[in-house]
Design a protein around this ligand. Structure first.
Ligand code: NAI
Length: 395
């Protein structure tokens, strides 16, 4: 079959296997052409390793630190009904290229929130890592988390807290600027979002790994967060997502105490705003991202997931004697995004942007290109007229 991009609003409904392989290869090439990560970890567990920051960290550590990896992800496999999700192919091709480079790469498919998957990972650590891990990366971005009662779920809500907020979503399906007003979240919605995207499951993973004696001496753990500039605060930091991230930051402190028993540490890591499967959903964030991309690309300070992750491991988590953190003990990878001159230019651009000129003023083409890339489309060097045998992947 010939696979074309199918976008529903901001959700990709198709993925291209060869394009996903190319996107993985491009990241591998970037890492290989950079300096090695000094004193990097050798046995790494990534929870949410099939796309975005999780996949980029897996590639950075495998090819920049010769690490072996176990990754957990929840992706849609191809079927008679459709191509499945990009993460499925990312896992498939990452594993192939890691194995060619002589590295162990184990893919575990399933729900990271479940006890079963935690048990499966502990077994895989026994089998492939001689029982211990050096680094645990928690990079899950999910909308739902099952409750203990079967068939019941917490569902996250991306909403402001206290008062309604108006924001724009850029509909990638038809390149439209779409304004909407989001009502303030109820207390139940804010709490459900904390349950899904806060620190509880990260802590459950670390507790499970401590109980199974799977943490190596000096083991570290990180999870990703976002803060952003003031203009995104109403929808992000002051909203339901921000509440969940503050919970994650607090969890990093309690985990840090537990990890100290192994001479290790736990850090919430604040990253830059980037186009990923998860971030295009957040109303109000897309106009900010296209303005930010425009300014940072012009200044030469733009980074994608792989650049962020390589810099994190080389110069923050493993590059120095002490992990550099801010006053709230957060690792800041958003320093270039929050640079004062960058932000003043972004603010100016956003004030001039509207539904008629956003493609000219902001970097909408870069935004869309990156979104298509995430799903294996619009990549140089891929022949999209190739007839793809999906059955091979179904089998
Ligand atoms: P993504 O959507 O690209 O990746 C999410 C990963 O979570 C995928 O591997 C997916 O398979 C996995 N996943 C989702 N539900 C799962 C489940 N139930 N069980 C197992 N795996 C599951 O997301 P992205 O953007 O890389 O986000 C990762 C983290 O980084 C999130 O905490 C996000 O808030 C944070 N972050 C994202 C920023 C952005 O601009 N994209 C900026 C700063 C932080």
């Amino acid at each position: 079959m010939i696979i074309k991009p199918v976008i529903d609003g901001v959700v990709a409904r198709s993925a291209h296997p060869l394009g996903c392989e190319q996107a993985v290869l491009n990241q591998i090439e970037y890492v290989k052409s950079s300096q090695l990560i000094p004193n990097g970890p050798k046995r790494v567990l990534i929870i949410g390793g099939s796309s975005g920051f999780g996949l980029a960290s897996r590639i950075a550590l495998t090819f920049g630190a010769q690490a072996d990896t176990i990754s957990v992800s929840f992706e849609k496999a191809p079927s008679e009904q459709g191509t499945g999700s990009a993460g499925f192919y990312n896992n498939y091709y990452f594993k192939r290229h890691a194995k060619r480079a002589g590295r162990i790469a184990v893919n575990i498919h399933g729900d990271a929130f479940s006890k079963q998957i935690k048990d499966d990972v502990i077994e895989a650590i026994e089998t492939y890592f001689e029982g211990e891990v050096d680094l645990i990366i928690y990079s899950v971005a999910s909308g739902v988390r099952p409750k203990e009662q079967p068939g019941q779920f917490w569902r996250s809500a991306i909403k402001p807290i206290g008062q309604p907020v108006s924001g724009t979503t850029l509909l990638l399906e038809n390149d439209q600027w779409y304004n909407s007003t989001l009502e303030a979240a109820s207390e139940e919605e804010a709490e459900a979002t904390r349950k899904v995207m806060g620190g509880e499951d990260w802590e459950a993973w670390i507790d499970a790994l401590i109980n199974s004696e799977s943490l190596a001496h000096g083991c570290k753990t990180i999870a990703f967060s976002y803060i952003g500039p003031e203009l995104t605060h109403p929808i992000y930091l002051d909203g339901t997502l921000g509440r969940a991230k503050i919970d994650l930051h607090q969890t990093s402190h309690s985990l840090n105490l537990k990890m100290a028993n192994f001479e290790g540490g736990a850090y919430a890591t604040v990253c830059k705003a980037l186009v990923t499967k998860a971030s295009v959903f957040i109303p109000g964030l897309s106009p900010y991202i296209i303005a930010l991309y425009k300014v940072m690309k012009e200044k030469g300070t733009h980074e994608g997931c792989i650049e962020q992750m390589l810099r994190l491991f080389s110069s923050k988590l493993y590059g120095s004697e002490r992990v550099p953190v801010d006053g709230e003990r957060l690792i800041r990878m958003d320093d270039r995004e929050l640079d004062a001159d960058t932000q003043s230019q972004v603010k100016q651009l956003i004030s001039e942007m509207d539904c008629g000129n956003f493609m000219q003023l902001g970097d909408y083409s870069g935004f869309k290109h990156e979104f298509l890339n995430l799903n294996g489309f619009d990549l140089q060097g891929v022949d999209y007229s190739t007839d793809i045998n999906i059955d091979k992947f179904i089998k």
